[in-house]
Design a binder for this molecule. Structure first.
Ligand code: PEP
Length: 254
């Protein structure tokens, strides 16, 4: 079995001081966890600070977004190569806040996924439905469309080089978590959908759950058969909550 994966998404939070304090509480406990891969995605501007502080530790770095273009006249944007230059391993693509607040379409997300791979990063493709879509029974169709755009753009083998995060929009930052059964249903569906294209990619691609994961619900979520870890927003800001979530992932590895 591949290792569980927990990724913290700090969103637009942090300061040089609080970042250093967070790391001083997280790095030592992580050293004891050999079956969980852990990463954190700070705002771009703190990547260099964190890159210097995580040397020789088990903590990997990620970015929260990238530009689909390689370089050039894209004021305010950051390329995959620049992110890689700062030692990042992962990059989030298609987070629901990027989709809803910044108008990122399935096609743009697919282009970003492609660029991330081109630049040697592991893209973490975020998919998930809104509350209205869930209520009208569209959950699986929405997730299929989000996946299909990427499969069509890069091919199924390349999708297998990334990670998928199922993040129901109604559970992000709301304190309302999908039940383990609700989450497992969609995770299993994602695996079955991928299997229609390539059974091996379906079997080996890690599918994370995101949406109000906390220390006290992480174990029940992560112990579902098709949940391979978590993408954690709010609770990743607090060092002890984040460590508790990583410990739950470690305990679920079997
Ligand atoms: C996220 O931002 O990806 C997320 C899942 O946030 P939260 O854990 O706060 O719901």
């Amino acid at each position: 079995m591949t290792n569980m994966l927990v990724i913290g998404n700090w969103k637009m939070n942090g300061s040089r001081k609080s970042n250093a304090q967070w790391l001083s509480k997280v790095l030592a406990p992580l050293e004891r966890m050999d079956h969980v891969e852990v990463a954190v995605c700070p705002p771009f501007i703190y990547l260099e600070q964190l890159a210097n502080l995580v040397v020789n530790s088990h903590l990997l770095l990620g970015a929260q977004n990238l530009c689909q273009a390689e370089h050039g006249a894209f004021t305010g944007e950051i390329s995959g190569a620049m992110i890689r230059d700062f030692g990042c391993h992962f990059v989030l693509v298609g987070h629901s806040e990027r989709r809803s607040l910044y108008g990122e379409t399935n096609d743009l997300v697919a282009a970003k996924f492609h660029s991330a791979l081109r630049d040697g990063l592991v893209p973490v493709l975020c998919v998930g439905e809104t509350l209205a879509q869930r209520k009208s029974g569209e959950t699986l169709a929405v997730v299929n469309d989000q996946l299909r755009a990427v499969i069509d753009a890069v091919g199924i083998e390349q999708v297998g080089r990334g990670v998928i995060a199922y993040e129901p929009v109604w559970a992000i930052g709301t304190g309302e978590t999908a039940t383990p059964i609700q989450a497992q249903e969609v995770h299993q569906h994602i695996r079955e959908y991928l299997a229609q294209f390539d059974a091996e990619v379906a079997r080996t691609t890690r599918i994370l759950y995101g949406g109000s994961v906390k220390g006290d619900n992480a174990f029940d979520l992560f112990s579902q058969p098709d949940i391979d870890g978590g993408l954690v927003g709010g609770a990743s800001l607090d060092a002890s909550s984040f460590v508790a979530i990583c410990e739950a992932a470690q305990a679920c590895h079997n």
